[in-house]
Design a protein around this ligand. Structure first.
Ligand code: SF4
Ligand code: MG
Length: 330
């Protein structure tokens, strides 16, 4: 099986005024070539940290540990020069704040030329401009605007310029962090069909971080649910929406459906303080199914259905030392 990214025991640590914490605390994921995996969870669950860690992007003072293998190279432990090469060509990030990366003094074309030549120094200026125009066209921006400055575009268009930069080198893997959040519905569907085309025609693997279950249903093959720095459930989209196994996923899906929305709505209570994570299941104090064992045993992902895994002690295999007779079958 061809993988777009192989993630092993990924951790992202930060220093806070209260002490160090692991915002991502041991995540494993195989992102296949040509598939889109939706990554959902509440704010602060670690989704964006995980997405950035896949490109070894971290805030000052932060650390990334573990492995993210792309094209047989581990970006987490590679030298900086290799990381720079891998970004853009091996793995790209589409993300929310378009102004943070565009230099207001540089024409859009120069951004593209500089980026393309960083990776492919032999590319002529002419050729790089052609690639730029082509990428802009793919995100619905008239290629004639290639020589405009960033301020000559609206916010939504600048975001699409960033998307165009993320795809211009046709990376093997794309991390898309809320790529359609600031966009109107027409542009949103345009971007989603672009992602669809990239994965079906170019075999790109996409990790789509989103708060919107409607976007997941439309764009993704599989979904991973994150809670307190861990993936707590993962599986095919239909199965996760129709037959979620983890109590947290059940809560998310039920509250989102009952509010008649596609925006993710949460369950009652708050996630734990990750400076001092609780022993046992991190969801225990919000869980309607919690048992005595739940505050003692840290559940592991275990198979709960065809290609479906959940980290919950209700299911055999999630914690080796939980006797079967204390479990409440679902
Ligand atoms: Fe709830 Fe226990 Fe499962 Fe955690 S392990 S989700 S507390 S039942
Ligand atoms: Mg985020």
């Amino acid at each position: 099986e061809k993988l777009a990214a192989k993630i092993r025991d990924l951790r992202v640590g930060y220093r806070t005024s209260d002490g160090p914490l692991w915002a991502v605390d041991g995540v494993d994921l195989n992102l296949r070539a040509g598939e889109c995996v939706g990554l959902v969870g509440e704010s602060g669950s670690g989704k964006s940290s995980m997405g950035r860690a896949m490109l070894r992007l971290m805030p000052p003072g932060g650390v990334v540990q573990g492995e993210v293998e792309i094209d047989d190279r581990d970006i987490v432990n590679a030298p900086e020069s290799t990381v720079r090469k891998m970004r853009g060509e091996g793995i790209s990030l589409m993300f929310q704040e378009p102004m943070t990366r565009l230099n207001p003094l540089m024409r859009v074309s120069d951004h593209f030329v500089e980026m393309i030549r960083t990776h492919q120094p032999k590319t002529s200026r002419q050729r790089a401009r052609t690639m730029a125009r082509d990428a802009l066209m793919q995100v619905g921006i008239p290629p004639t605007r290639v020589d405009n400055y960033p301020h000559e575009f609206s916010g939504g268009m600048r975001q699409r310029v960033m998307l165009a930069m993320a795809i211009v080198l046709t990376p093997r893997t794309i991390v898309a962090d809320e790529p359609t959040t600031a966009l109107d519905v027409i542009v949103e569907s345009q971007i989603l069909s672009l992602l669809e085309r990239l994965r079906s025609e170019e075999n790109v693997g996409i990790l789509l971080i989103t708060h919107n279950l409607g976007v997941v249903a439309e764009a993704c093959d599989r979904v991973a649910v994150m809670y307190a720095g861990r993936i707590v459930e993962m599986g095919p989209v239909d199965q996760i929406f129709n037959d979620p196994k983890h109590p947290y996923t059940r809560g998310l899906v039920a509250s989102t459906i009952s509010l008649n929305t596609t925006e993710l709505h949460s369950v009652g209570g708050y996630p734990p303080n990750l400076v001092e994570p609780p022993t046992g299941c991190r969801f225990a104090d919000r869980c309607a199914y919690a048992m005595d064992h739940c505050t003692k045993v840290d559940p592991e992902l275990t198979t709960v259905g065809p290609e479906q895994q959940a980290a919950c002690l209700l299911y055999p295999g999630a914690g080796a030392d939980v006797p079967a007779d204390v479990r409440t079958p679902s």
